[in-house]
Design a protein around this ligand. Sequence first.
Ligand code: MG
Length: 254
Amino acid sequence: MEKTFVRCIIRGEERRGLVADGAVYALNAPMGDGAEPGVRLGTLDEVERYLPPTSPTKVVAVGLNYRDHATEVGLPIPEEPLLFLKPPTSVVGHGEPVIYPGVMTKRVDYEAELGIVIGKRCRSVPPEDALGYVLGYTCANDVTARDLQSKDGQWTRSKSFDTFCPLGPFVVSGVDPSDLEIKMLVNGKVVQHSRTSNFIFPVPLLVSHISHVMTLEPGDVIITGTPAGIGPVKKGDLMRVEIERLGALENRVE
Ligand code: MG
């Protein structure tokens, strides 16, 4: 069954909640299948601030996972997932600003991505068991200083600035991730539009592959690559990631 989880400030208090019918209910258990709505905290309109829906020990990112994006950048379809990391300090929630590090970079890009949130400690799991370790899914934006990617020859600096990993607003469990519509809008204009059915490596394979490299802890996030249509933003631009069933993640560049 589909369940929508949130972390937010509501009525002046930091809460973890379950969202149903436009209202936020207190969680009586950890986020997951066993969670039932408790006391009603208020409506979504009364949320004062969204916090990142999870506090990952790491964000594992996949470099090239949409056939349309591989074609766009002229790269061959990879034989295995290309991985890199974004630090927990890059994570911000829905509505938080993304800070443009103008001293170091002259080109900052959006990248709309499906985020996988891990629910149970996960190590060396086969693909057929992998979905059992997933709590749910969220919208992600893999903000990237594009000029530094080529300048540095590796991706740590370009992907790791504070605020370069917006996540949220929700984690939604019970969703089939295999064919979800995904969009990026900049100032209301659609600039990326694809479906997760274009993944080169589907969700179970990604979770399994990464779990054979490093232990995935509850709350860790895998961001699953971006579709065609990457491009730059400037200060003042509003980035909006929309994923079917998962809501919309908005962050303004400052
Ligand atoms: Mg990316």
